[in-house]
Design a protein around this ligand. Structure first.
Ligand code: F6R
Length: 241
């Protein structure tokens, strides 16, 4: 695992955009997207490169990490809607090729199996962007998730619901359940990029990078991956030895 300590969120965004641009220039690129605050600077930089430098997403296929269960895709905080607002609507990717688990599917377990199969059918994700939760989650794999789990329905912890309440009118509106790529699914991506900023992420980053490989810190699976890069600012790196 490579850990890169950056001087600002903008520098992290530029590094992430460099990796994505390289993948996008290849044949049949498959990009893995995350939501939340952490990827926003990188998405802004990718949009800028699309507008100013002609970076094209025209041949790309994209897979989101996760989605809320029971939230309509038309809800502004569904990840289907969020990723369109933050990236898809501003670049030349075909929206029909931007995939996310369907949180309104009648049979959620079957939908998760279908999603894993769709990722496998395109040969896996070339580069997967990851944020990290304050409890060490990636995707919505909360602590104690199986290290080999595949895409499946999960229940959010109270901590994550509180962390995400800022996107909703009140915590009561934050769904309790989600569909998320499993840790085993995430590990099939060819390159994992984890980004974190701020002192609030320092403990989680330290556990992921220097702690034991353990279900207690789902992000510690990066230690197993042959090609994982962690981009952090100095505050998020402050727990590292
Ligand atoms: C979102 C996701 C989550 C977030 C994590 C960090 O698709 O998978 O794991 O990456 O909760 O969220 P932020 O970046 O908002 O701190």
């Amino acid at each position: 695992m490579e850990v890169v300590i950056c001087s600002s969120a903008e520098q992290i965004g530029a590094h992430v955009a460099d990796v994505y641009a390289e993948v996008l220039r290849g044949d049949d690129p498959v990009i893995g997207l995350a939501t939340g605050s952490s990827p926003l600077v990188a998405y802004g930089e990718l949009i800028r490169r699309h507008r100013e430098d002609g970076l094209s997403f025209a041949h790309a296929t994209a897979f989101l990490l996760d989605e809320y269960a029971g939230l309509a895709r038309s809800h502004p905080e569904s990840y289907h809607a969020v990723i369109r607002r933050e990236l898809v609507d501003h670049v030349d990717i075909d929206p029909a090729r931007v995939h996310s688990p369907d949180g309104e599917a009648h049979d959620l377990a079957e939908e998760c199996r279908r999603y894993d199969a769709a990722i496998e059918a395109v040969g896996g994700v070339d580069v997967q962007l990851l944020g990290i939760g304050t409890d060490g989650h990636i995707g919505f794999n909360e602590p104690m998730s199986s290290l080999s789990s595949r895409t499946r329905p999960k229940t959010l912890t109270q901590q994550t619901r509180e962390d995400n309440a800022r996107f909703f009118d009140s915590i009561d509106d934050v769904p309790h359940h989600v569909l998320t790529q499993g840790l085993g699914t995430i590990r099939t991506a060819h390159h994992l990029l984890l980004v974190a900023t701020g002192a609030g992420k320092a403990d989680a980053v330290a556990a992921a990078v220097e702690g034991p490989l353990a279900a207690r810190c789902p992000a510690s699976i990066l230690q197993l991956h042959p090609h994982a890069t962690v981009f952090v600012d100095e505050a998020a790196a402050s727990g590292l030895e």
